[in-house]
Design a protein around this ligand. Structure first.
Ligand code: NAD
Ligand code: 6OH
Length: 484
């Protein structure tokens, strides 16, 4: 049996016990993972602290950037290994991991390597009351040791989205990947070693949240900041845990994202775009759309077209190139999504398609597949319209006016992303500017430029990452004022 170990100070080490890593496509155990206890977390943090005071904290920015490019090279060199590991852990289609997750991991390192090399510093020439002046300039210093906690849906993409800027700013890191998907964080250790990054700069501790590595890391007195992607409820628990040591946090949390489809949209493009937004990664992307609002005059045609798209999706083995939809991450998560399918019925929804567990007659029946599902007919106050489900499911509701659509889309505790579909760009801008979210797409979805602010309002998070926003989170600024 394959073993996945913690990675501390440049060495793979065991933990306090082992837990199984399960392949969601057939339910088989693919590896045993070493769970880090308090001792391993302490060692990881101590190694990161030493490394932050050593070579990594002192080398030139140019050299740091060069090594981050080498990490990207090392990821590309091991492309197939990363793809295989990500597919086995998540069950996502191989085509998706090859197109999205692994290329993005390399891109994350390249973008932040280039940015840290070219970014300037803020400065102000200040006039003083006596007629002389002063020069203010703010230098960027590392925070020190950054704790990084990531979820299971896009494990490598979301891990590198945080590791790359943290290292670019001169920090060292201790990462706690999701217990469901530990493999690519361990592989990244090998790529980081290959790239000549000193030992102790990147450390991995495996395990769970409460009473395990996640909690040990967040409440550690010698960790300088926590960056977390995951559920809003977990964010709340982490906030309590960091409170006593007053650590800065960056939180990318859940969503209940809306799409607004106007009657003047390019119909086929909107149907294709929404199908992607609802079903990509089996609906397990924080940006996925679970609420679709469609102008009444095209409502029936839109529901029919999205139904056809949903029914054309192929639920297959992840390695089959024709597979569009893999399983959900775990039996437990599938039960949660199924409980919402049941709730939708209880709340009076009309089932358009799906609603259950598919039967294959082969090993996939031991996996965690679920039919892509569409509902209509729910009240806007229904729990299925208000709560994040995180599965291959959406509810479609009609609207009559722009104002009504905006009000319904904004009526949520979450505020991560929205998409607007219209042939009238002026309206696209107007509606987009009224969305109470961190990210709004017009006539597209999940089209990413890594320099843009990324994050959410309300229950969807605290702060923004991306481009300069990442550099600002992962740096301590020291403003120096010199009397001239
Ligand atoms: P989760 O919150 O259950 O777990 C995320 C990570 O937190 C895991 O590594 C877990 O072990 C750890 N954790 C759990 N409890 C902890 C605690 N008390 N202290 C420290 N660490 C703890 O999330 P998940 O189920 O892995 O991922 C799905 C959720 O993530 C969804 O809500 C989704 O919307 C959200 N998500 C958000 C974004 C974003 O960018 N906004 C991106 C991806 C996923
Ligand atoms: C959430 O599941 C997806 C997050 C995506 C990003 O953080 C990104 O940078 O594209």
């Amino acid at each position: 049996m394959k073993r996945i170990q913690n990675y501390i100070d440049g060495r793979f080490v065991g933990g306090v016990r082992e837990f199984p890593d399960v392949n969601p496509a057939d339910g088989t155990v693919i590896a045993q993972v070493a769970e880090a206890g308090q001792e391993q977390v302490d060692e990881g943090v101590a190694a990161a602290r030493r490394a932050s005071q050593d070579e990594w904290g002192q080398i030139s920015v140019r050299e740091r950037a060069a090594r981050l490019h080498r990490v990207a090279d090392a990821i590309e060199k091991r492309f197939d290994c990363f793809v295989q590991a990500e597919v086995a852990d998540t069950g996502k289609p191989l085509s998706l991991a090859s197109r999205l997750d692994v290329p993005r991991a390399a891109a994350n390192f390249r973008v932040f390597a280039d940015l840290i090399k070219t970014v300037g510093i803020e400065s102000f020439q200040t006039e003083t009351a006596d007629g002389s002046s002063a020069l203010n300039y703010a230098i960027r210093k590392p925070l020190g040791v950054v704790g990084i906690i990531t979820p299971w849906n896009l494990p490598l993409l979301l891990l590198t989205w945080k590791v790359a800027p943290a290292l670019a700013c001169g920090n060292t890191v201790v990462v706690k990947p999701s217990e469901e998907t530990p493999a690519t964080a361990a592989l990244l250790a090998e790529a980081i070693q290959d790239a000549g990054i000193p030992q102790g700069v990147y450390n991995v501790v495996h395990g769970f949240g409460p009473g395990s590595a996640g909690e040990f890391l967040t409440r550690h007195a010698d960790v300088n900041a926590i960056t977390f992607t995951g559920e809003s409820r977990t964010g709340a628990a982490i906030l309590q845990s960091v409170a006593t040591t007053v650590k800065p946090v960056s939180f990318e949390l859940g969503g209940k994202n809306a799409a607004i489809v106007f009657g003047d949209c390019e119909f086929d493009a909107a149907v294709g775009g929404i199908a992607e937004a609802v079903f990509l990664n089996t609906g397990q992307v924080c940006l996925c759309c679970e609420r679709v609002y469609v102008e009444r005059r095209i409502f029936n045609a839109f529901v029919d077209a999205l139904k056809k798209k949903a029914e054309s999706l192929r639920l297959g083995w992840p390695s089959d190139p024709s597979t569009n939809l893999g399983p959900l991450i775990s039996a437990q998560h599938r039960d949660k999504v199924l409980s919402y399918y049941k709730l939708a019925e209880d709340e009076g929804a009309t089932l358009v398609t799906g609603g259950g567990v598919p039967a294959f007659g082969d090993g996939r029946d031991g996996g965690f597949y679920l039919q892509p599902t569409i509902y209509t007919g729910l009240a806007e106050s229904a729990r299925c319209v208000k709560e994040e489900i995180f599965g291959p499911v959406c509810h479609i509701a009609p609207f009559d006016s722009e104002e009504e659509a905006i009000a319904m889309a904004n009526d949520a505790k979450y505020g991560l992303a929205a998409s607007i579909w219209t042939g009238n760009l002026k309206r696209g801008h107007r509606v987009a500017q009224q969305m109470n979210v961190g990210i709004t797409w017009v006539n597209c979805w999940f089209l990413r430029d890594l320099r843009t602010p990324f994050g959410g309002a309300g229950l969807s998070g605290i702060g923004r990452e991306g481009g300069m926003h990442s550099l600002n989170f992962y740096s301590e600024l020291n403003n120096i004022c010199v009397q001239l």
